[in-house]
Design a protein around this ligand. Structure first.
Ligand SMILES: NC(=O)c1ccc[n+]([C@@H]2O[C@H](COP(=O)([O-])OP(=O)(O)OC[C@H]3O[C@@H](n4cnc5c(N)ncnc54)[C@H](O)[C@@H]3O)[C@@H](O)[C@H]2O)c1
Length: 384
C-alpha cells in the first residue's frame, strides 16, 4: 500500500505539542497505516519553546505567529495545544483556513465557545475535526469496551468512569493557568480532565438526562510568580452522579475528575458492573483487565469472582510491538493519531475513533449541569 503524505502543523509547543511531535516520529511502529504524517511546521509565541523542535528534521517552518503556519500550503492537519481561553479563536481560525484539526480538550473554554467552534465547522464541513482523548486507546480500555459491547455484563447495575491526578496535592506548587478560571474555565477540573472520563460513556450512548454533583476547591490559594499567595478560583475535584436510561433499564453513572486524588498519577478508570458480569480497568495497572464471572470453583462450589487477564500491547491500530509487550501513555497517543488520520482518509472502518466535536460539545452541557448542581445541591437536567 502506498501511504498518503500528510503535513502536520502544531500550534502550542508546550507539554502536549512535544508529546505529539514525538509520537509522529514513532509512526513506523504502525502496521500498514494508510497515511504517512510529516511534522512540517510548529508555532509557539514563546521562541524558547520552538528550539526543542529543531531536532526534528522534517520541520521546515517555526514561527511565533500562527497565521503564518495556517498559510503554509504544506500543512494539511493542525494540532492545537494551548490554554483553554485560546481554543475558540485558534480552532475557528484553523477551520476557516481550510485545514483539518485535532483539537485539544475541552474544545473551547465553555459551552458558548464550543458552540462557536461547531458553527465554524458547520460553515466548513469539509474540515475534518476531532478532539483529543487518548486514554481509551490503552489496550486494556479497548478490551473493557469490547467486553461491554459483547453484552456479557447483562443488565447494567452501575458504571464508574474516572480520571484521577494528585499533582496538586503539594500546596506549595506555584499557581498555573489550570488553577485560574479566566484561563482554564469555570468548569475547572472538568474542563481539564472531563473529556477523558466522558469519552467512553458518551460513545457507548450513556449520557445522563439529569445529574447531581459535588465540587471541591481544596487549595484556594497558591504562590504566584512573586511568591505572594494568589487565588485559585477553579474546582479541583468534581464527582458527578447521573441516571442513564440503558436498553435494559436505568443505572447510575459516576464520573469523577480529580486533581487531588492521593495515590493516583494520571489514573484513568473504567468499571462496569452488570447482573451477569462486569469489567474493570485502570491505567495504574496498564496491562491488567479484570472480568467478573461466575464459575464452579473445585472444592468450593459456584462462586462469583474477578479474573485478571493481561491485555498486551495491541490496541485499535496494529503495531510491530510484540503482542505480549507492555503499553503506556505515548502508545495511547500514537493510537489516537493513528485513528484520527485513518478516519480522515476514510480507512478507519468500524474501529473505535477519536472523540467527535459533537461529543466534546456535549461534555460542556454536562459540565454546565454539574456546575449548577454543585451550587444548588439539587438534581439538574442536562440541556440537550
Ligand atoms: N490530552 C492530554 O492528555 C492532555 C494533557 C495535558 C494537557 N492537555 C491539553 O492541551 C492543551 C495545552 O496544554 P499543555 O499542558 O500542553 O500547555 P502548556 O502550557 O505546556 O503549553 C501551551 C503552549 O502554548 C503556547 N502558546 C500560548 N499562546 C499561544 C499562541 N497564541 N500561539 C501559539 N502558541 C501559544 C505557550 O507558549 C505554551 O508553550 C490544553 O487544552 C490542555 O487541556 C491535554
Amino acid at each position: 500500500m502506498t501511504a498518503q503524505n500528510v503535513g502536520i502543523g502544531i500550534i502550542g509547543g508546550g507539554l502536549m505539542g512535544r508529546e505529539i511531535a514525538a509520537a509522529i516520529q514513532r509512526w513506523p511502529a504502525l502496521v500498514d497505516h494508510p497515511v504517512r504524517p510529516r511534522l512540517t511546521a510548529v508555532c509557539d509565541i514563546n521562541p524558547a519553546a520552538l528550539s526543542w523542535f529543531d531536532q526534528i528534521d522534517t520541520v521546515s517552518q517555526t514561527t511565533t505567529d500562527y497565521a503564518e503556519l495556517l498559510s503554509n500550503p504544506d500543512v494539511d492537519v493542525v494540532y492545537v495545544a494551548v490554554r483553554h481561553d485560546l481554543h475558540e479563536q485558534i480552532y475557528t481560525d484553523v477551520i476557516r483556513a481550510g485545514k483539518d484539526l485535532l483539537a485539544e480538550k475541552p474544545f473551547g473554554i465553555d459551552t458558548k465557545a464550543s458552540d462557536l467552534i461547531l458553527s465554524a465547522l458547520a460553515e466548513h464541513p469539509e474540515s475534518f475535526v476531532r478532539c483529543s482523548s487518548e486514554m481509551p486507546f490503552f489496550p486494556g480500555a479497548q478490551r473493557a469496551i469490547d467486553y461491554v459491547r459483547s453484552g456479557a455484563a447483562g443488565p447494567i447495575i452501575e458504571v464508574r468512569s474516572a480520571f484521577l491526578h494528585s499533582s496538586d496535592l503539594d500546596e506549595s506548587k506555584p499557581i498555573n493557568w489550570k488553577r485560574q478560571a479566566k484561563y482554564c474555565g469555570e468548569a475547572g477540573v472538568m474542563n481539564d480532565l472531563g473529556m477523558h472520563a466522558w469519552h467512553v460513556p458518551l460513545r457507548l450512548g450513556w449520557e445522563p438526562e439529569s445529574l447531581t454533583a459535588v465540587l471541591q476547591n481544596l487549595v484556594p490559594q497558591r504562590p504566584g510568580p512573586t511568591g505572594e499567595l494568589e487565588e485559585c478560583d477553579t474546582w479541583e475535584n468534581a464527582t458527578v452522579w447521573g441516571w442513564v436510561d440503558g436498553p435494559d433499564g436505568r443505572f447510575p453513572l459516576t464520573v469523577e475528575t480529580k486533581r487531588i486524588a492521593p495515590g493516583n498519577k494520571n489514573t484513568w478508570v473504567f468499571e462496569v458492573i452488570g447482573k451477569t458480569g462486569g469489567v474493570r480497568f485502570a491505567t495504574s495497572n496498564p496491562k491488567r483487565v479484570e472480568v467478573l464471572s461466575v464459575a464452579d470453583v473445585p472444592g468450593v462450589g459456584r462462586e462469583q469472582g474477578w479474573t485478571a487477564i493481561e491485555a498486551g500491547s495491541q490496541s485499535v491500530w496494529p503495531t510491530v510491538t510484540g503482542g505480549i509487550f507492555e503499553t503506556g501513555f505515548s502508545d495511547a497517543i500514537l493510537q489516537m493519531w493513528a485513528v484520527y488520520l485513518a478516519e480522515r482518509s476514510g480507512e478507519l472502518g468500524d474501529r473505535f475513533g477519536a472523540a467527535t466535536p459533537q461529543e466534546a460539545a456535549r461534555t460542556h452541557r454536562l459540565y454546565d449541569a454539574a456546575l449548577a448542581a454543585g451550587e444548588s445541591g439539587r438534581w439538574t437536567s442536562v440541556i440537550r
